[in-house]
Design a protein around this ligand. Structure first.
Ligand code: FES
Length: 288
């Protein structure tokens, strides 16, 4: 790009229906996070996810041996929905339409009045499996039954550091929430990959704490899944910054989840997470 060309981007990928149709393929062979392992730690526990862009629902459950399996959430007989809740526990999977019963391993176990079906082979009518994998306590599914890349390969670039972070017992999952809202998902993804906006959009809260020069992007050009890592550093150091902050900025730093470097907010200085999320080991690290 010429240095003097405006750095604008086309809106076609954001609004074009034709582009969107082609883009749906992305969801068919990507690893998609569905929940936490601790959500389904007992045999028979399940979690479901509706992938609305493809019009499919997936159920992930722990079978009688404690192994995770993932299946399309429909009955192979007449496509009845099998799991209606987001989470729960079952001893067996019974379709409410005609009562076909499946084991926790997805195999068809029982067909009421089976004699009315000629040549029915239960071995060929189990639930349709998709790929499932875990990483760092999170559960992921991939609709491709034989994905080209494992979950770990998909996240290459950040896995060594985040492995250390997510397996460190000092860092526990504390709170989670979900909220659905009407938005273009690419806008949300884009802002996670640049910190240029921060001093303007967040000027009344975090705007003082870092500028564009302190937001470093690492690109993973050959990664099959993860395109970049944004690292945000504190430009001034807490001691110089705190006296200049407004009450609102002070509160946002005190209670904000990303301001790890602020002394009053944490007993863990940034350098303690060196080799984990703070890959560069900077004492000015705020977040990745
Ligand atoms: S649709 Fe499930 S048993 Fe018929």
């Amino acid at each position: 790009m010429n240095k003097h060309e405006p750095m604008t981007i086309s809106n076609i990928p954001y609004v074009s229906e034709a582009f969107f149709e082609r883009e749906k393929d992305v969801w068919k062979n990507s690893w998609l996070m569905v929940g936490r392992e601790q959500d389904i730690k007992d045999n028979g526990q399940f979690v479901t996810i509706d992938i609305k862009v493809l019009g499919v629902s997936i159920a992930v459950l722990r079978d009688g041996n404690g192994e995770l399996g993932a299946f399309y959430n429909i009955c192979p007989h007449r496509n009845g929905r099998l799991f209606c809740d987001r989470m729960g526990k079952k001893a067996a999977i019974v379709c409410r339409f005609h009562g076909w019963t499946f084991g926790l391993d997805g195999k068809l176990r029982g067909v009421p009045e089976q004699h009315i079906f000629e040549d029915l082979d239960k071995n060929e009518l189990g639930l349709q499996a998709v790929s499932v994998d875990t990483w760092g306590g999170f559960i992921f599914v991939n609709l491709d039954p034989q994905p080209a890349h494992s979950m770990r390969e998909y996240m290459q670039g950040v896995t060594p550091g985040l492995d250390a972070y997510l397996t460190d017992p000092r860092w526990n999952w504390h709170t989670g929430y979900q909220h659905l809202f009407n938005a273009n998902w690419k806008d949300l993804m884009n802002i996670q990959h640049e910190g240029y906006h921060a001093t303007h959009v967040h000027k009344t809260t975090l705007g003082l704490t870092f500028g564009p020069d302190e937001c470093r992007n690492t690109l993973f050009e050959n990664s099959p899944g993860l395109c970049s890592l944004l690292t945000v550093l504190n430009p001034l150091g807490a001691e110089e910054l705190l006296p200049n902050m407004t009450p609102i900025q002070n509160l946002s730093m005190k209670y904000g989840t990303t301001a790890n470097w602020v002394e009053q907010n944490t007993s863990r200085p940034a350098t303690e997470v060196e080799n984990a999320v703070n890959l560069g080991g900077s004492d000015r690290w705020i977040f990745d």
